[in-house]
Design a protein around this ligand. Structure first.
Ligand code: PLP
Length: 417
């Protein structure tokens, strides 16, 4: 990195976990020899792909397509889409929101970049604020998105044993202190990487804490409600006036169309709209128009529940069975997978770091993500941080099996040497 580059840019130019993940995804596309259990690509689900193709053709046939590709939309997003999302939220979740509470972004990654840097860093009142993650491990990019150094405060989870194989993280509320220097809290539900779904009780407590301290709780629902609902346990998504809800079309199978949706109080929506205008002029409307009818007709809910969720549930069942087979003689613990499409492995006796294990596995042609990146700001002295791996089970089961076989061989080799 050149010394003449700005301090601002230097935050994004180092060895970030996000870059590692995206570079690996790039390598997969040029080198198909890799088995990709790494990045967060959604699966190509045939029924979904067919529907999206039909929607594109409808846009072309109706002439909408020409307008779509040649027009700058409002920085708030396409107005028909926003109205449709507002009616959908009112109708399906009973939320009391209007159109001024909704903004579209170029993917929820972009929503988080905007929101994190809106609420953290040196603020206009002179206070240096941070984003608080009530529980790590958390989404890999949360640690990478902040322009200010040291603008993230992270908490360790409580680790609960379920049985000999499964464990579950929960939020350690005892240690959760919210000072006046916290600008917002953020939580992914379901969680990427662990597949954890914080309970309704944990969610209510977070909402209460946020309301009491008058800070926003940012709820990252990229895999959750109201779509694509890759959730394997029943939980509710309560409405809180001060919360910020981040949705995405990506995990329905539209990751390439870069469409995020933020629902929040009007001043926050106005701020995001202003930042959209300055940084992008306008937002990409392809995803919005492609899914407009699905949202208006509520088909998006039935597709989420009857197509997307069962697809990943079947992959999960097959992957767990394979884990039983390949890890039978190994002390490999699995976080109980309650949602999203990742398996989070914990190898308590791992004699090398998860980064070194990742390199060994990659050298054998399998991509995973080393767990340490999901614990931003957590000291290396906490051993658990370096004992975990994240695997995606979005791939076909045959690739998952080939990948798990190699992963188990590498774990066995390092445990027994
Ligand atoms: C938890 C979580 N949040 C946000 C994102 C960003 O998604 P997108 O920008 O595609 O909407 C991802 C992507 O994998 C994610 O896993």
């Amino acid at each position: 990195m050149k010394d003449s580059y700005s301090k601002f840019s230097s935050r994004f130019l180092g060895e970030t976990g996000t870059k590692l993940l995206m570079d690996d995804l790039g390598e997969v596309s040029t080198n198909p020899r890799y088995i990709n259990l790494g990045g967060g690509n959604p699966a190509l689900i045939p029924e979904m792909t067919r529907l999206f193709r039909e929607s594109i053709l409808e846009l072309v046939d109706s002439g909408e397509f020409d307008k779509l590709i040649s027009t700058y939309e409002s920085p708030q997003g396409n107005d028909l889409f926003i109205r449709s999302v507002q009616e959908f939220l009112a109708d399906t979740l009973g939320w009391d929101v209007n159109e001024s509470n909704i903004v579209v972004t170029n993917g929820s990654q972009s929503s988080f970049f905007t929101l994190f840097n809106l609420f953290a860093g040196l603020c206009v009142d002179g206070v240096n604020r941070s984003i608080l993650l009530p529980m790590t491990p958390e989404y890999i990019s949360y640690g990478d998105l902040l322009a200010g150094e040291d603008s993230l405060v992270c908490h360790l989870p409580t680790i609960n044993d379920i049985d000999d194989t499964f464990f579950k993280y929960s939020i350690n509320f005892e240690d959760l202190r919210i000072s006046s220097e916290i600008g917002a809290m953020c939580v992914s539900r379901p969680s990427n990487p662990s597949g954890n779904v914080i309970t309704d009780c944990e969610m209510s407590k977070l909402i209460e804490l946020a309301e009491n301290h008058e800070i926003p709780l940012i709820i990252d629902s990229a895999y959750g409600q109201p779509f694509p609902e890759i959730l394997f346990k029943d939980v509710s998504l309560p409405f809180s006036k001060g919360a910020i809800y981040c949705f995405s079309l990506s995990k329905l199978g539209l990751a390439g169309l870069r469409t995020g949706i933020v629902v929040a109080e009007k001043p926050i929506i106005d701020a995001i709209k202003s930042i959209n205008a300055v940084t992008s002029l306008s937002v990409n409307a392809v995803g919005s128009l492609l899914t407009l009818k699905l949202i208006t007709s509520r088909t998006i809910t039935t597709l989420s529940r009857d197509v997307v969720k069962p697809f990943y549930q079947a992959h999960l069942a097959a992957t767990l069975e394979l884990c039983g087979q390949y890890f039978r003689d190994l002390d490999v613990r699995i976080h109980r997978p309650d949602g999203a499409f990742f398996l989070w492995l914990w190898i308590p006796d791992l004699p090398i770091t998860s980064g070194e294990l990742y390199q060994r596995i990659k050298a054998r042609g399998v991509l995973v993500i080393p767990g340490n990146y999901f614990f931003p700001g957590v000291s290396d002295s906490w051993e658990h941080k370096n004992q975990c791996l994240r695997l995606s089970y979005a791939q076909d089961v045959e690739s998952i099996e080939r990948g798990l076989k190699i992963i188990s061989q590498e774990i066995r080799a390092v445990l027994r040497r």
